[in-house]
Ligand binder design. Structure first.
Ligand SMILES: [Zn+2]
Length: 292
């Protein structure tokens, strides 16, 4: 849900992402700490995705030196009323004991490194911004990106709550200050961000996106803009898998067709398996011959 407050000087978005985080956890078999890290990434991508145009795509890429390795999350507008998001982690099994505050040690599995944010269009050059990781907790890192790259101070609160049975709640709030915001507006947002309960606690207590927006912005006057659906989505196709295989080159494809009856490729985002028979791989190799 998108909104503004204080006469348009604050731009806000909040959302419940429990279902997409659950779906990512299930598809990737994420360990508890990894599910919190990937869940915060997919939540951040989903929230920022609500401000994309119809042919744009947003990618968050955390490259840290911790045990989880790279995490990539993507979002786009699937139809005018719905955001689609997906994510994966290099090591879905990364797991650590809870930190001293009793929370998932997301900073521990992520480590030190950088956050790259890419906004791409169907045509033309993508826009890239890179910042060093502030803490590895994801929310603070996205806030640092917004502050450094766009010169806008912001409040970013992202949360994933899980128990041994799985993901209980996930969601987030992003509030960005716009030009013209006065100091008292900034102070109100900062005070609310410090004082409010964790996003996941608010969700467990029954908060909907509007209540999350109110929690971070009251007593500023809130103006709701749009409400979006959110679903786990993927952009993989058989054609994309084939073009990736073509990149292996003619000799490698011929060898694969020779040695194995089937070639399998798995989409790293959604885990969908694509199976090509040896004759289909031979056809691909022949396509390269035709272009040679
Ligand atoms: Zn896929």
């Amino acid at each position: 849900m998108t909104a503004s407050a204080a006469n348009g000087t604050v731009s806000l978005v909040a959302g419940l992402t429990t279902n997409v985080v659950r779906e990512a956890q299930r598809r990737h078999g994420l360990a508890p700490t990894a599910s919190a890290a990937v869940g915060r990434m997919i939540t951040g991508a989903a929230l920022l995705g609500a401000s994309l145009g119809s042919r744009e795509r947003l990618t968050l890429h955390v490259k840290g030196d911790g045990p989880i390795g790279s995490i990539v999350a993507d979002s786009w507008i699937a139809n005018p009323r719905s955001v689609a998001a997906r994510a994966y982690a290099h090591n879905p099994g990364a797991d650590l004991p809870l930190n001293e505050r009793g929370k998932f040690d997301v900073a521990g599995v992520v480590g030190k490194g950088q956050l790259q944010v890419t906004k791409s269009y169907e045509v033309g050059q993508p826009y890239n911004g890179i910042v060093p990781l502030e803490s590895g907790e994801i929310g603070e890192d996205i806030a640092a990106y917004l502050a450094h790259s766009q010169q806008i101070p912001s409040v970013v609160a992202l949360g994933v709550l899980a128990n041994p049975e799985g993901i209980v709640a996930a969601g987030g709030i992003i509030a960005q200050l716009m030009p013209g915001a006065d100091d008292s507006t900034i102070a109100t947002l900062e005070r609310n961000a410090r004082a409010m309960a964790a996003v996941t606690q608010q969700i467990v207590d029954g908060a909907d996106p509007e209540a999350l927006l109110a929690a971070v912005s009251h007593p500023l006057e809130l103006k709701i803009f749009d409400t979006y659906g959110l679903a786990f989505g993927c952009r993989c196709t058989r054609e994309k898998v084939e073009s990736a295989l073509l990149g292996l080159g003619r000799d490698e494809l011929a060898k694969m067709a020779d040695e194995q009856p089937h070639t399998e490729a798995t989409c790293e985002f959604c885990k969908r398996r694509y199976v090509l028979s040896a004759s289909e791989v031979t056809e691909l190799a022949a396509r390269l011959d035709a272009h040679a």
